[in-house]
Design a binder for this molecule. Structure first.
Ligand code: GLU
Length: 501
């Protein structure tokens, strides 16, 4: 494999970049995971490289197929298609780690045979004791490497006791140099690294082993991942060196934090970190990608809106910050409404139809023209596509409540005031029954003629009617609502309001 040049400044031969996202299918796709996927995908696209999706499922107890498919769906929704791996296959497969055990076993044998790894027979109780002692002595390592020196008699005895060994890698005595394209270079003091367990006592290989083997086997040139893996990197380099594997370049992306500086996590933030939540609530993939791209990456101090093509063109690891980025939901909402407003009427209608269907408000018999007219009337009021439901429910059903606050303010708090509102609505009802043509201009002119001639404030009449028709005091232009509801419906709803008054 060609050694890939440093990306900080040096040009990369386009065909050489191979990056990967390696999710563990133990839950939903997290915002942080989406960002890892996006940064890898952008890096691949920018360099004309390949984006590989590897499934890290060696933790068989926690991995599920359902989670794996949820991750596929979330990535596909975001448009982050992969070139190899996942359900697609490719020349370096299989891409699912649970199907690669024979490969790992072969490498483990190589490590054991070359004396770079050894069996450890310590029981969990013994390990706890060793850890305790290390803590008391203020040691930096919590395992002292005692099983490095077992005699064949020791091994015989342990085997007879039925102990199942783990396999540990011998950490080197010399410093490990970690070059990071974002965080810079560090030398890791070997005294801080203990002999890592690379195979569990049940025979299953551990993440640090499988990850670096697969990165080499899949010819990954750059490992771009979150800083939560920073401590794993020297261990993985040590394993690669012991196996004479090519070491990829590393780039660790700082954490996504909340506004209190805490890591965004499922435990603290619930489904706020789940990508699917945003799809369900009607965020557009373009808004999500734009938002996620800006979690840690910036082009300059000013630009906030980036199309996907622009991101591909401009994305560069050199502009990924070293410190954590703050998750600001307000910014995501702002971006989402921006992208919704960018859609033309037809595309916006297509985007909201599934939400109306899901809410049971429309079926296939609904007229497309009417739907487009409703979307047009709503205008730029949507922050999420889901907002279409509360904002337009009354167009499809008359089963709504009159909002108490609106009622109090516009229909009136006193009997006298309500009497007056009832009178106004009765007049309007009559006008609407009689107008020769039911279109915005005619209806509007007729209603204003009545209010102006009778010294009734236009706003008072308008709001009284709006509540009668929709239950609320906010929404699209009133006369658009009147026309979209149609004469029959309006003539039913006004008497119902009068009866309520
Ligand atoms: N399976 C690991 C994770 O989901 C992958 C880490 C890596 O990219 O090496 O965090």
């Amino acid at each position: 494999m060609k050694k890939v040049a440093d990306t900080l400044g040096c040009a990369i031969a386009p065909e050489t970049v191979r990056v990967r996202m390696a999710p563990s299918p133990t839950g939903f796709l997290h915002i942080g995971g989406a960002r890892t996927a996006l940064f890898n995908w952008l890096f691949a696209k920018h360099h004309n490289g390949k984006f590989i999706l590897r499934i890290d499922d060696t933790d068989t107890a926690r991995s599920t197929d359902a989670s794996m498919h949820e991750i596929y769906t979330a990535l596909q929704w975001l448009g982050l298609e992969w070139d190899e791996g996942g359900d697609k296959g490719g020349p370096h497969g299989p891409y699912v780690q649970s199907e690669r055990k024979a490969i790992y076993d072969a490498y483990v044998t190589q490590l054991l045979d070359s004396g770079n790894a050894y069996h450890c027979y310590c029981t969990p109780e013994e390990l706890a004791e060793i850890r305790e002692q290390a803590r008391a002595e203020k040691q930096t390592r919590s395992y002292d490497g005692r099983c490095r020196h077992l005699t064949s008699e020791d091994i015989e005895r342990f085997a007879q006791e039925g102990r199942k060994p783990t396999v540990r890698i011998k950490m080197p005595d010399t410093p490990i140099r970690v070059d990071d394209l974002i965080l810079g270079s560090r030398n890791i003091d070997p005294a801080t690294l203990e002999d890592e367990v690379i195979v569990r006592s049940n025979g299953m290989p551990n993440y640090n082993l499988t990850s670096i083997i697969d990165d080499a086997a899949m010819q990954i040139t750059h490992v771009i991942r979150g800083t939560e893996h920073l401590n794993n990197t020297p261990k993985q380099i040590a394993i690669a060196n012991a196996l004479a594997l090519e070491v990829p370049q590393f780039a660790h992306i700082p954490l996504v934090l909340d506004d209190a500086g805490r890591k965004m996590s499922k435990r603290h933030h619930g489904d706020l970190v789940a990508v699917n939540r945003y799809r369900e609530q009607g965020y557009l993939p373009a808004a999500m990608l734009n938002f996620v791209a800006r979690l840690g990456w910036s082009y300059d101090d000013k630009q906030e809106i980036f199309s996907v093509d622009e991101l591909i063109e401009k994305f560069d690891l050199a502009r990924v910050g070293k410190s954590g980025s703050v998750f600001d939901i307000k910014k995501l909402e702002w971006l989402n409404s921006h992208y919704i407003n960018q859609l033309d009427l037809s595309a916006r209608t297509d985007a909201v139809i599934p939400f109306w269907q899901e809410a049971g408000l429309i079926d296939s018999t609904e007229q497309r023209d009417r739907l487009e007219n409703i979307v047009e009337a709503v205008g730029e009021r949507l922050t999420t596509l889901q907002d279409i439901i509360p904002q337009t429910r009354y167009f499809f059903t008359d089963e709504f409540e009159y909002e108490p606050k609106a009622v109090k303010k516009w229909w009136g708090g006193s009997d006298e005031k309500r009497e007056k509102t009832s009178e106004i609505l009765t007049h309007i009802l009559q006008i609407l029954e009689e107008v020769p043509s039911f279109d915005v201009e005619t209806v509007e002119a007729a209603v204003w003629k009545y209010t102006d001639e009778n010294d009734i404030k236009r706003v008072a009449a308008m709001q009284a009617l709006r509540i009668a028709l929709t239950g609320t005091s906010f929404g699209p232009s009133l006369f658009d609502i009147v026309i979209l509801l149609g004469r029959d419906e309006v003539l039913k709803r006004i008497p119902r309001a009068i009866a309520h008054l």
